[in-house]
Design a protein around this ligand. Structure first.
Ligand SMILES: [Zn+2]
Ligand SMILES: [Zn+2]
Length: 357
């Protein structure tokens, strides 16, 4: 991406001659397009340009630093192994990491596909490329018994949902409303169901995405193309929750307008999680009286830690049949059509677009 709002270009850079001791050069097999990439392209976060975007990636190890013997979980690593990794790198010693124990808000955090200009060596720091150079300190995970499509279909949505739902806590038997049926919404649904939610309601569209939600076990879906106004959706949620509203409401849309609607969908004393706002999409009017009157607890959650990636991979291995994330991968593009892949995501034309270099 040479600049915000510009079409992507193919550029060539030299591969690194030396691989640092704890680094690795990986040949990219597949990289996912995430909604955040659309926000980045629109300039909603300050990032360097030119940049190779792509923070959901699977590849095989092409060259390995001599000191990198094992992955994050301690499994041995060799050239040719298939791996994925945490896109975010945390320092572990800043005030937020060490004192406040908020590592996802690490003051020195950097992330592949977000933080590094492709003009700066080692150049290859994003997924939409033939290679990526994994810097020392990257949390790498060797993949076995789980498909590439499942890993990329789950993408950063699953780790995001695992972290968010860990923060908010789902009680066994809870009713949960999920606003949004994109990858984050479906991942939140999978994590909520496996955490013991008994009643899950997904609000979204288009119909194909709601079918996926059904496949993931959603008890009810509310089609925003059919229930076009807020009052109608609220009435649906009330009727489906015995008139009380839901124990937990999870925002997975990224549009400020849905927040006040979501507050109203909570039961008295309920919990609300803002999970979908990775880009700064601006403000929307909301009535704080609702938070006071309903005694709501409102949570935020940013990105994830490597341990969430470890949990996500284990989850896909063990519950992959119940939650077939590979079915999200709907559109595949070669590297020179990456911009088209971004456009399909931006226009909500795909459940998940991927780049296969
Ligand atoms: Zn993402
Ligand atoms: Zn830190």
């Amino acid at each position: 991406m040479p600049e915000f709002h510009q079409p992507f270009e193919i550029r060539e850079y030299p591969l690194p001659e030396e691989i640092e001791g704890r680094a690795a050069l990986v040949r990219v097999e597949m990289a996912g397009i995430c909604g955040t990439d659309v926000h980045l392209w629109k300039g909603q976060l300050a990032i360097p340009r030119p940049i190779i975007l792509g923070h959901e990636t699977v590849g095989t190890i092409e060259r390995l630093g001599e000191d990198l013997k094992a992955d994050w979980t301690g499994e041995s690593l060799r050239v040719g192994d298939r791996v994925t990794w945490s896109a975010g790198m945390l320092c572990g010693h800043c005030h937020n990491c060490a004192v406040l124990r908020q590592p996802t808000r690490c003051l020195n955090r950097s992330a592949y596909g977000i933080s590094f200009s492709s003009d700066d060596p080692p150049h290859f720091s994003g997924g939409y490329a033939e290679f990526i150079y994994l810097r020392p300190g990257t949390a790498i995970f060797k993949l076995s018994y789980v498909s590439i499509d499942a890993i990329i279909g789950a993408g950063c949505a699953l780790v995001t949902a695992i972290h968010g739902l860990e923060r908010i806590g789902i009680g066994w038997g809870d009713s949960v409303v999920i606003q949004g049926s994109g990858p984050v919404g479906l991942a939140a649904l999978a994590v909520a169901k496996s955490s013991g939610a008994h009643k899950t309601i997904v609000i979204g569209g288009p119909q194909a995405r709601l079918e996926l939600a059904k496949e993931f076990g959603a008890d009810d879906t509310i089609d925003i193309e059919k229930f076009t106004d807020s009052a109608a959706r609220l009435l649906q949620v009330r009727q489906l929750t015995g008139g009380h509203g839901a124990d937990v409401v999870i925002e997975c849309v990224g549009s400020p307008a849905v927040i006040s609607e979501g507050f109203e969908m909570c039961r008295d004393g309920g919990k609300y999680l803002v999970l979908g706002h990775y880009g700064d999409a601006g403000t929307a009017p909301l009535n704080p009286h609702v938070i006071t009157r309903k005694q709501l607890t409102v949570y935020g959650s940013w990105a994830s830690e490597p341990r969430h990636m470890a949990l996500a991979i284990d989850f896909l291995r063990k519950q992959g049949e119940r939650f077939p994330f590979e079915h999200l991968v709907s559109h595949r593009f070669p590297l020179d059509r990456t911009f088209e892949a971004l456009q399909t995501t931006s226009q909500w034309a795909s459940s998940k677009s991927v780049v296969v270099p």
